[in-house]
Design a protein around this ligand. Structure first.
Ligand SMILES: [Mn+2]
Length: 337
């Protein structure tokens, strides 16, 4: 990225009423990025209206936010739950590159409002046939391990200081999005080190991120293991199972158990949901990118899907069996190349 991309973006925002949002079931990266960006814009522009709107926070995010409010009593964690889109001139969508993954699409009819939207994100981006992502002002950088680090880059480029709660939030976002550095690079570790700045304690952040595992999740994990099927492709082991919820946790669990690729499918109302996790070194060695695979398949099944090389998901209305066959076929192709 160049400083120019940032300056063009900021010049565009000048004197506009700005709305910031993120994907549905807000995670810590979405949360931290929104508050971080709002704080940045409030420093960068004087007296400009910047509002945040969230739909549903995920359960761990809710818990984390509650503890955070207790820790930083003076920090304003206010966000809107419903707004009138016509009150704003531009909408910034963080930590996703699809309007379909935000509540705006359903509740606020973004397409009818004609309000321009700009994405700031670190997920894999399929450039073809994606009307959402044509905006040249988008700040989409796949080489970042979290959206919060893109926001951090803004602060660094413009030499603006972060407050302790914002530093705490961004460090927490980096920790969660990188699986506690498992998917991070040198810059990730440097960033967290700078954020801690001797007055924040990494153990404090880890403690606040800890969540009690619900009984329902424990049961889902056990059922996921009972139902798992083992598929071998050369030296690679693929595990496929189905559960009704906690798909991403169970796909990650399959990797911990010893599978190279974990695939979880579930049915929610009329929709099929597929979540995949793959070992990082497998992705690096073979070029496997499950985000790309699910993005391609989402076109074929008219669903919504995508993600990173080693973590991705897909939601669509087609029968699970047909989609799974396609996915396995594509994975095999890469593994046998
Ligand atoms: Mn993220």
């Amino acid at each position: 990225m160049s400083t120019n991309e940032f300056s063009v973006f900021l010049a565009y925002l000048k004197n506009k009423k700005i709305l910031i949002t993120t994907h549905d079931l807000v995670d810590i990266d979405g949360l931290a990025s929104c508050y971080g960006l709002k704080y940045f814009l409030n420093q960068y522009f004087e007296n400009q209206q910047v509002s945040i709107i969230f739909s549903d926070l995920s359960k761990p995010t809710k818990e984390f936010m509650k503890k955070l409010c207790r820790k930083f009593l003076n920090f304003n964690f206010f966000y809107e739950k419903s707004i009138n889109l016509t009150d704003f001139n531009v909408c910034l969508i963080l930590d996703t590159n699809k309007t379909s993954q935000t509540a705006l699409d359903r509740n606020f009819e973004i397409s009818e409002s004609k309000i321009p939207f700009i994405f700031i994100d670190h997920h894999y981006l399929e450039k073809k046939n994606n009307l959402d992502t044509l905006n040249p002002l988008n700040l989409i950088f796949e080489n970042f391990s979290s959206t919060a680090e893109i926001i951090l880059e803004l602060f660094e480029r413009y030499n603006l200081k972060l407050t302790p709660p914002i530093r705490f939030l961004i460090a927490a976002a980096i920790l969660t999005d990188t699986g506690y550095f498992r998917y991070g690079n040198n810059r990730t570790i440097k960033n967290v080190s700078n954020l801690l700045n001797n007055d924040l304690d990494i153990q404090d952040i880890k403690l606040l991120l800890e969540t009690e595992v619900e009984l329902s999740e424990k049961i889902a994990k056990i059922k996921g293991l009972q139902r798992v099927g083992l598929y071998r492709e050369g030296d690679y082991l693929i595990g496929i199972t189905n559960v009704s919820s906690y798909g991403s946790n169970i796909a990650s669990m399959l990797i911990k158990v010893g599978f190279d690729i974990g695939i979880v499918h579930s049915k929610e109302k009329l929709e099929s949901i597929i979540t995949i996790r793959a070992k990082k070194n497998l992705c690096l060695r073979t070029g496997l990118h499950v985000g790309k695979i699910l993005e391609e398949i989402s076109e074929y099944c008219e669903g919504s899907g995508g993600g990173h090389d080693g973590a991705a998901s897909l939601t669509c209305k087609m029968e699970v069996k047909n989609i799974l066959d396609k996915i396995i076929e594509k994975i095999k192709q890469v593994l046998n190349e």
